[in-house]
Design a protein around this ligand. Structure first.
Ligand code: ATP
Ligand code: MG
Length: 275
């Protein structure tokens, strides 16, 4: 039997919570583990595309016809929109700055919540990918609904800060609504990002999140690491930029947890909505 592609959305409407960084680095770590991974850049900021290609190349994708916006607008199969990154086992569907107009485009379409899901159907069935990872923008509208309807799981990166926590409650409420349309969607877990060991609030964030009984909080915590920014400045995942970087190891550990829960081998203890 053909292996099943697992699709994971990296979503949180709180801006700057680490969605793109986590999507790029978990994706790269999974590819290093020998998994075949397709990354989908669902944000007009193009940050996921910029994590693997230089600005000139990313703008080239964005201005041309080979990007997610062009495909969704025309409701096309995404098969021909895949580009190879410089890394083995790791492909990408780039984004476009025109994504800012995606809500308007969706508005006029039939069955608008499942356009992305339908566009990815052939890649899921025949693409040979173990994982499709989708980077969502910091919004909660029809487009993020599309991303979630195309996914088996959602991974929620949360910045270790009071406002980071505030956004989580909104997100759980939105997920409960999405589940009316996509009952199979489940919360893979909450990943704590940008933890600053010098600040007590990081520990408080962890304590509060662990009180949600039905929510899996990943053991691997991503601490603040300036190597991440240098890596992004060089259009590289942190492990490819500096193998010995602390965050490279942390992201590898997080990817192993993702594989344990989503890859079907381990038992996911906690699933779905609020505690
Ligand atoms: N562990 C880390 N250490 C230091 N800086 C980090 C870390 N993780 C992310 N950052 C930085 O924090 C900023 C926000 O991260 P990122 O872009 O991944 O968040 P996001 O949730 O995708 O943001 P947006 O909501 O705008 O899409 C970026 O400038 C990134 O370089
Ligand atoms: Mg982002």
């Amino acid at each position: 039997m053909a292996k099943k592609t697992k699709t994971i959305a990296f979503a949180n409407n709180k801006g700057g919570s680490g969605k793109t960084t986590t999507c790029a680095n978990v994706g790269y770590s999974l590819s290093v583990m020998g998994k075949r991974v397709l990354l989908v850049d669902g944000d007009m900021q193009l940050n996921l595309s910029l994590s693997f290609f230089d600005e000139e190349q990313v703008l080239d994708f964005a201005m041309g016809e080979r990007n997610l916006y062009a495909a969704v607008r025309k409701e096309e199969d995404l098969w021909d929109y895949v580009v190879h990154t410089p890394y083995e086992n790791l492909d990408l569907i780039p984004s476009s700055t025109l994504m800012s107009g995606i809500e308007y485009e969706l508005f006029t379409k039939w069955q608008r919540e499942t356009i992305l899901s339908r566009g990815l159907a052939r890649l899921k069935a025949e693409g040979g990918y173990d994982y499709i990872l989708i980077d969502a923008p910091p919004t909660l509208g029809g487009w993020v609904m599309n991303i979630l309807c195309a996914s088996d799981y959602v991974l929620l990166p949360v910045e270790a800060s009071p406002w980071g926590l505030f956004g989580v409650a909104n997100m759980f409420e939105f997920l409960d609504n999405v589940k009316k349309l996509a009952p199979e969607l489940s919360l893979l877990g909450v990943a704590i990002t940008k933890m600053d060991a010098r600040k007590n609030y990081g520990r408080q964030t962890l304590h509060i999140l662990r009180q949600y009984e039905s929510v899996n909080v990943f053991e691997s915590i991503i601490r603040v690491d300036s190597e991440i920014e240098w890596a992004q400045d060089n259009s590289k995942p942190v492990m490819a930029y500096k193998k010995s970087a602390r965050s490279a190891g942390e992201y590898m550990e997080l990817a192993k947890e993702v594989e344990r829960y989503a890859g079907g081998r381990g038992q996911h203890q906690k699933s779905g909505g609020q505690g």
